[in-house]
Every structure is written in structure tokens, then in C-alpha cells.
Design a protein around this ligand. Structure first.
Ligand code: SF4
Length: 323
């Protein structure tokens, strides 16, 4: 999926890009992690990471991967961290206001979830409105669906400005379930009109366990890979144009040589968690991670072993420049 100026503007308006400079390092404190392939140490929720400086910046930021903090380069709060810090708690620093610590920390995964939904909804609006439509360029809008999605964006945005009590009382599963039909409709509309149509039926791997699967050079154009487990999957040279990847777990998936042009609902965090190189084609608006290799895909290497799932949510991703 291309990221149009209007989509970027809308996400900017909603504050969905992480701005670590405006955050009190919440993900480096609030979240727990376990010693694993993603982290070199154990840390409890609410315990500041040993690398977190007093100014809330990461003391090892330039060498996170070399030091084993791979999970930190993958996590994305979708702008929840700075909203909690600056809006919900009106700039109260947890170091100076210990009375806000517990609710501030508890709120991070909740508001992150809400902001992630906003991220998907904004993309769905663009798809339904006929912009960036999965390889269709400017195409026919679906006014009814667009209106429903815009109403959903407004509703979820209002929720994101709620009090900590309101937000913590939210049933997030119910919220997501209520919005999923709209996201599915947008996905169907976009994939049906995509120019990246496979010869036969579009593959449906929704929620499938494809951990470690050999899918090199697979034709997955327009496929549904919603929520699929693709940890360590071999997707070298796979054709994923216009595939729906919402919620797909791509940790350690080998995307060298894969084509993800116009892939739907793909996030930077998913890309950061995967492997790739200069031959991997990404949708506009997503950055090629710095740790991806420069070399072209080597033929017929075995797929990576799946890595253990880390405990809970990850701490902070690499700091982004203020946008
Ligand atoms: S980015 Fe990671 S290593 Fe750095 S302070 Fe945060 S949790 Fe610690």
C-alpha cells in the first residue's frame, strides 16, 4: 500500500508516529521483558531499564542490536507514549510524580492498542476512498464504507483522549472485534480491485500457523495473511503484492527478494522484526531497516529457526526524529 500525502497527514494529525523525545521513556519502564533472542536481560514491568538515562533517552541507542536489545528496535507505540506523557497526564514526569506511575504504566499497552487500531483505520479509509488502493492507484471510492470508517476513526480518536480510568476500563477485545468487519470490508474492496491479481483464487491463510514454513517464491498476491504466524518463515522471493498482512507475525521471516508492494496494513514494526535486504520491495511509506543486509538473497539457505516469543510487550523502538 502506498502511503499518500493525505494518509500521512491524517496519521500526523492523530499523532500516530512515535515521538520518543516527547515521551518519558514509558516503554523502557512500563513493559516487562525476558532474557531471550530479543533481550539480554530480564526486567519486570514498572522497573526502569538499566540503560534508561535520567533524561529518558536510551544510553545504548546506537548499538541496541549489537548489545542484544533487538526487541527495542522492533517495538512501536504508535504515538501512545507521548500522548500519555503530554496529554493524558499533562506532562507529569513519573520520576517526579510517583503517584501517577502505576496508572501511567498500566495505560501504555492499552493506549498503544487504541492507537494501533487508529493506524489501521486510517489506512482502511484511504483504501475505501479509492486512494492508494492496493495497486489500483486512484480507483472507485466506496462512499458508504468510507463514511463508516471515518465515523469509526472519530469514535476511536475520542476514546484515545479519555481519562486513564475510562481507558483502563475498556474491553479492548470487544473494541477490536467491533472494528474488524470494517477493516475486512476495506481489505476485500482493495484486493478485489488490485491490479496484482493472482491467476487462480487468492490464497486465504488467515490466522494460519506458518511458522518456519518454506514459502520461497510463493505467489501470495492478494492473499489474506491476517494474523498469520510467519515466524522464521522462508519468504525469499515471494510475491506478496496487495497481500493483507494485518497482525501477521513476521519475526525472523526471511523477506529477501520478496515483493511487498502495496501490501495492506503492514507496519514498520512488522518490517523491523523481519529479515530482508536491498532486493526486498516495500510499500511506500515504510523504511528499510538499517540492520537489513545489503547483499542479494543467497539461494536455498534453510529457513531461520523461530525465536521464542518475548514476555509481554516490547520496550521502546529506536527513537524517531520528531515529525
Ligand atoms: S531502548 Fe531498550 S535498551 Fe534502551 S533504555 Fe529503552 S528498553 Fe533499555
Amino acid at each position: 500500500m502506498s502511503s499518500s500525502p493525505s494518509l500521512d497527514t491524517e496519521r500526523e494529525r492523530l499523532g500516530l508516529h512515535a515521538d520518543c523525545v516527547s515521551c518519558f521513556g514509558l516503554c523502557c519502564v512500563a513493559l516487562a521483558f525476558t532474557r531471550s533472542a530479543d533481550f539480554p536481560i530480564d526486567k519486570d514491568a514498572g522497573e526502569p531499564c538499566r540503560n534508561l538515562r535520567p533524561d529518558h533517552r536510551c544510553g545504548v541507542h546506537p548499538e541496541l542490536r549489537e548489545r542484544g536489545f533487538v526487541g527495542c528496535t522492533v517495538y512501536d507505540c504508535f504515538g501512545a507514549g507521548q500522548k500519555i506523557s503530554r496529554v493524558t497526564f499533562a506532562g507529569q514526569d513519573w520520576r517526579e510524580h510517583p503517584e501517577v506511575r502505576s496508572s501511567m504504566f498500566a495505560l501504555l499497552p492499552v493506549l498503544r492498542h487504541v492507537h494501533e487500531l487508529l493506524w489501521y483505520l486510517t489506512e482502511a479509509v484511504a483504501l475505501a476512498a479509492g486512494r492508494d488502493g492496493a495497486g489500483a492507484g486512484e480507483s472507485s471510492p466506496d462512499p458508504a464504507l468510507t463514511a463508516d470508517l471515518r465515523a469509526a476513526v472519530d469514535r476511536v480518536e475520542r476514546l484515545s483522549f479519555g481519562t486513564p480510568q475510562d481507558l483502563l476500563a475498556q474491553d479492548l477485545d470487544a473494541l477490536r472485534s467491533g472494528l474488524n468487519p470494517l477493516l475486512l470490508r476495506a481489505s476485500e474492496v482493495a484486493r478485489a480491485r488490485s491490479r496484482h491479481q493472482p491467476r487462480g483464487r487468492r490464497a486465504d491463510h488467515r490466522g494460519a500457523d506458518l511458522v518456519g514454513k518454506r514459502l520461497a517464491r510463493a505467489d501470495l498476491r492478494g492473499a489474506s495473511l491476517r494474523g498469520a504466524l510467519l515466524v522464521g518463515a522462508d519468504l525469499r522471493g515471494a510475491d506478496l503484492r496487495s497481500a493483507d498482512l494485518v497482525g501477521a507475525d513476521l519475526r525472523g521471516a526471511d523477506l529477501r527478494g520478496a515483493d511487498l508492494t502495496d501490501a495492506l496494513f503492514l507496519t514498520q514494526a512488522q518490517v523491523n522484526a523481519a529479515r530482508g535486504d536491498t532486493t526486498t520491495r516495500l510499500p511506500d511509506g515504510l523504511e528499510r531497516p538499517g540492520h537489513w543486509t545489503a547483499a542479494p538473497a543467497a539461494p536455498a539457505a534453510p529457513a531461520a529457526e523461530p525465536r521464542p516469543r518475548p514476555r509481554g510487550d516490547h520496550p521502546r523502538r529506536a527513537a524517531r526524529p520528531r515529525r
